[in-house]
Design a protein around this ligand. Structure first.
Ligand SMILES: [Zn+2]
Length: 291
């Protein structure tokens, strides 16, 4: 893998996604299309990189894992956030409007869209940082979050492996408050493009480097440690898009002299199938059994 690809892949794919988003905007495509198409193109590019430049060949997914992850992607990432967003936008916000409870004048709607998006990302990441850290440190929440930590390998498609209760809490924090504050769809669309492409890279099996961007972005080099089987390693790097909150609260961890070893939960027999994982959090200690 040459240095240009190793260091350039992340900025290039992210910039391509943003450029495509704006190209579609200029050509008057709707917000859904101009958000989802760059995300799909980003996913295809990351798939190509994983195939050509894998970080570890043993992390290539087998057919069964891919089917399970595709199921998560369709049911948890696609349907549930949409349902929650619809509920938020149409039901709750209508109720709030009716009650004159909408929060107006707090969000800087006069700022340029990219600046609003960055502001949203910093605030949303701050909220998500504490949810994520809490999910690792408080057992009732950890049981649901453990589903996301169950795979023994990382590749982009398993970014979608979340229990719906865990995912629901995330959407509650990183989408709903901004809808109530009146953040416009142009900002949300750009945010989703960056959020999704970064998420693919964060979990990708590509031997790339982020260099100085590791001080700002929560990318794959940092996130692999977050999926370590060793708790002292995995209770770090909680950042969703950015690593700044981990830097502020001193939970950033990136050893340079060694690579991460085993990934996943200490219970190596934790169920991996979709429907079994839906009920596993209701069995106390399921993630901890080592026998
Ligand atoms: Zn986690």
């Amino acid at each position: 893998m040459n240095l240009i690809v190793r260091y350039g892949a992340y900025p290039f794919v992210l910039a391509s996604g943003i450029a495509l988003h704006y190209l579609l905007l200029e050509n008057h495509f709707g917000v859904q299309f101009r958000t989802y198409l760059p995300v799909i193109v980003g996913a295809v590019m990351v798939t190509g990189l994983e195939w050509k430049y894998p970080y570890r060949q043993q992390w290539w997914a087998d057919k069964q894992e891919m089917v399970q992850d595709a199921m998560y992607m369709a049911l948890i990432q696609g349907v549930l956030p949409k349902l929650l967003a619809v509920a938020a936008t149409f039901t709750l916000s209508q109720a709030l409007y009716a009650q004159h409870l909408i929060v107006e004048g707090w969000w800087p709607t006069h700022w340029p869209v990219p600046l609003q998006m960055l502001f949203m990302m910093v605030v949303a990441d701050g909220l998500r940082y504490w949810l994520h850290r809490w999910a690792h440190e408080w057992d009732p929440l950890w049981r649901f979050h453990a589903v996301h930590h169950s795979p023994h390998k990382l590749y982009w498609l398993n970014v979608g492996r979340f229990h719906p209760i865990d995912k629901g809490l995330q959407v509650f924090l990183d989408t709903l408050p901004f809808l109530f504050l009146g953040v416009r769809e142009e900002v949300l669309g750009l945010y989703v493009v960056c959020y999704a492409i970064n998420g693919f890279f964060q979990h990708c099996n590509v031997d790339l480097r982020l260099g100085m961007l590791n001080y700002l972005i929560s990318g794959p080099e940092l996130h692999r440690w977050h999926h370590s089987m060793v708790k002292q390693e995995s209770n770090h790097n909680y950042g969703n898009n950015l690593i700044i909150w981990d830097r502020i609260f001193r939970t950033c961890y990136l050893p340079t002299e060694r690579a991460v070893q085993e990934l996943g939960l200490v219970n190596r027999r934790y169920p991996s199938a979709f429907f079994e994982q839906m009920t596993a959090p209701f069995t106390p200690g399921a993630d901890k059994q080592t026998a």
